[in-house]
Design a protein around this ligand. Structure first.
Ligand SMILES: CC(C)(COP(=O)(O)OP(=O)(O)OC[C@H]1O[C@@H](n2cnc3c(N)ncnc32)[C@H](O)[C@@H]1OP(=O)(O)O)[C@@H](O)C(=O)NCCC(=O)NCCSC(=O)CCCC(=O)O
Length: 342
């Protein structure tokens, strides 16, 4: 597969280019300073696998792309965030550089099979004056596993601007990563052997996302809590400035991580026997860098009927709301014989 620059991943195959779109458009621009400097080169060498692999779709034909897998959950069904992120990449390919992803809505209709790639068939529903809509079917074995609609808008400033206030939490520098927390727990002399195995398996997983739980006992369900969870999150590796559509695709990938589990937090006496996202909706509010720490505020306002509704808000460190998402998932649980000692 020809090496594609980051800019090509969401670069548009549409002809529209406009000279008057604002500076921070989708064109890649080198980082400030000397792009050949050792630091810039080191960063480039550490480019996120989300960019070099997961979201780097192969073009099969016009509006037809193929995606491969990097990390698959232990359920051995494809991670929902991967399919959403790849679907948004496919949708963005035929959208002009002057248009920004502002929302997506999707249903997961079949489990993804990690043994075969995913095809993304894009339907160009409408190119309006301000809004452009694409429909994407993610296909495996000739059947859709995901149906997704994505909408893109020209930049249209407005005097109507408001947002909630970002929660007050410790900065990521004051918190430990998930890996550091697991190593800390593994260092406990009285840790039972059976927990060591599970924790070492967790450490071995190559998740392309870095996480810093704000409240680890809540994050790991050691204590019962209200269905709310806060953690800092960012893509592992370097992505850089420029292509906002790409950062939206990475944020879509990130947004499905640990989100559904929020609905389980009040029930430490139960564990999921079968849990899977049914749908996922996402709205993008401002520019952001998905390879920089963002606060993920997750909450579950409702659960019942073997389903849970969960909502997330991704905050930039400066308090600007970057993106919001909502998801319903099927949650079939069974009692835990012993509470998790995590
Ligand atoms: C949601 C379903 C499964 C619905 O399909 P369906 O044919 O109606 O299937 P189903 O009857 O619901 O069965 C599904 C499964 O649930 C089991 N089941 C059924 N009833 C019960 C019960 N009472 N107690 C316990 N288990 C029950 C069935 O045996 C099925 O299990 P099986 O697939 O046979 O192992 C389907 O549409 C589907 O698979 N959609 C794709 C879901 C998906 O893959 N989402 C993305 C991946 S999940 C994710 O990435 C989020 C991460 C979650 C996390 O945070 O960890």
């Amino acid at each position: 597969m020809a090496e594609r620059k980051v800019g090509d991943i969401c670069g548009s195959s549409a002809s529209t280019t406009s000279d008057d779109h604002p500076k921070d458009t989708l064109d890649l621009k080198p980082e400030d300073g000397d792009p050949e400097s050792p630091e810039a080169q080191k960063d480039q060498d550490l480019k996120s696998v989300l960019v070099t692999s997961v979201l780097n779709l192969e073009e099969i034909d016009v509006d037809l792309y193929r995606g491969t897998h990097h990390w698959v959950p232990r359920t051995q069904r494809l991670f929902g965030g991967q399919i959403i992120g790849q679907a948004l990449v496919a949708a963005a390919k035929s959208v002009g550089d002057n248009l920004y992803a502002h929302s997506l809505h999707c249903y997961f209709v079949r489990a993804g099979d990690p043994k075969v790639p995913v095809l993304y068939q894009v339907d160009r529903i409408r190119d309006g004056r301000s809004f452009t809509v694409r429909s994407v079917r993610a296909i495996q074995h000739g059947q859709p596993i995901l149906i997704c609609q994505a909408s893109f808008q020209m930049l249209q400033p407005s005097p109507l601007q408001h947002q909630f206030t970002m929660p007050a939490v410790p900065p990521p520098e004051d918190l430990l990563t998930a890996e550091e927390l697991i190593r800390l727990y593994l260092s406990k002399p009285d840790l039972a052997e059976k927990y060591k195995l599970g924790l070492n398996k967790l450490l071995a997983i190559e998740v392309p996302i870095e996480i810093k739980p704000v409240n680890p006992p809540v994050f790991y369900k050691v204590t019962a809590s209200e269905p709310k969870n806060l953690f800092w999150v960012r893509a592992r590796g370097y992505i850089g400035e420029g292509n906002m559509k790409l950062h939206c695709c990475v944020a879509a990938y990130v947004s499905d991580f640990a989100l559904l589990g929020t609905a389980l937090l009040p029930y430490p006496g139960y564990r999921a026997q079968f849990a899977a996202s049914l749908d996922h909706a996402m709205w993008f509010h401002s520019t952001f860098r998905s390879d920089e720490w963002m606060l993920y505020e997750c909450e579950s306002p409702w659960a019942g009927g073997s389903r849970g509704l969960v909502q997330g808000r991704l905050w930039r460190r400066d308090g600007v709301l970057a993106a919001s998402c909502s998801q319903e998932g099927v949650l079939r649980v069974k009692p835990v014989t012993r509470p998790s000692k995590l």
